[in-house]
Design a protein around this ligand. Structure first.
Ligand code: HPA
Length: 266
């Protein structure tokens, strides 16, 4: 069963977001696990629940379900706090509906954040990684049966070199590392052998989101910035959801500051 709202509902939602923002949305932001609290310290936001918008919801600790509408760095933004994931049984269309809605509300740019496990041995928990490219091993794609006249979307430089350049310049941006994000279906974390394999195919970090949103955003010619918060090292020792969420929360303020800096200069 599809959880994607119909076109009428999406048009109503887009109007609701624009009303709350006082004009067309400039940038959509999707917040990963444990990353929503820090953003709300940057500005005053109007919260609209996913229920009210008719968006798919999933109950999991650390994943709220609200669209936060406000102005940061002179840009009207909608920040989605709470993602649904394919590992919860949602489709590629379901997990990317926030991208569709952001774009309908006017957004020409999208900032994606996530929590990820490090494959690159030089990366440590708490570090922020600018996503320079991705590897989609989820087995899914939001453009399947999308009805697009041209579904063969170009994915070269899908993470905007312009926005990455800006991110490195803003206060705190010099601490960003850069790398390739690889997405799997999940929800189990990787075995040590899988970690070695994924490192071998060219990935620096692994997670369970983001790539499908990037694909859909590129099909709409949106500029994409992706930032992974490294929460653990894959294969090193035990990985728990509680650990992932705790590390994410501890770095959320740094991530929000970078997002605010990018919004002000993009
Ligand atoms: N693997 C996959 N997804 C993740 C991880 C991980 O180690 N950490 C946070 N999200």
């Amino acid at each position: 069963m599809s959880h994607v709202p119909n076109d009428t509902t999406l048009a109503r939602d887009a109007a609701m977001l624009q009303d709350a923002a006082g004009g067309p949305i400039d940038v959509g932001i999707i917040l990963g696990s444990g990353l929503s609290d820090a953003l709300t310290q940057l500005a005053t936001f109007t919260s609209i629940s996913y229920e009210k918008l008719g968006l798919p919801v999933a109950a999991l600790a650390g994943h709220a379900g609200e669209a936060l509408v406000g102005t940061v760095g002179g840009k009207r933004v909608v920040a989605f706090a709470g993602r649904v994931h394919m590992y919860q049984g949602f489709s590629a269309q379901d997990v990317t509906v926030n991208v569709t809605l952001s774009n309908l509300a006017g957004a020409k740019a999208l900032i994606l954040t996530n929590a990820a496990g490090a494959l690159n041995p030089a990366f440590a928990p708490g570090q922020l990684m600018l996503i320079e490219d991705h590897i989609n091993l989820t087995g899914a794609n939001p453009l399947v049966a999308s009805g697009l006249e041209n579904p063969f979307v170009d994915m070269a430089r899908c993470y905007s070199p312009r926005l990455r350049h800006i991110a490195r310049q803003v206060p705190g941006g010099d601490a960003l590392v850069e790398g390739v994000y690889l997405a799997l279906l999940g929800p189990s974390y990787e075995t040590a052998a899988e970690g070695r394999y994924l490192r071998g195919v060219g990935a620096d970090a692994v997670g369970m989101s983001t790539v499908l949103e990037t694909i859909l955003a590129r099909s709409k010619a949106m500029e994409v910035l992706g930032i992974s918060l490294i929460t653990n090292a894959v294969g090193a020792e035990e990985t728990t959801h509680a650990e992932v969420t705790a590390v994410a929360k501890s770095a959320a303020t740094r991530l929000s500051a970078i997002i605010a800096g990018v919004l002000a200069s993009m």
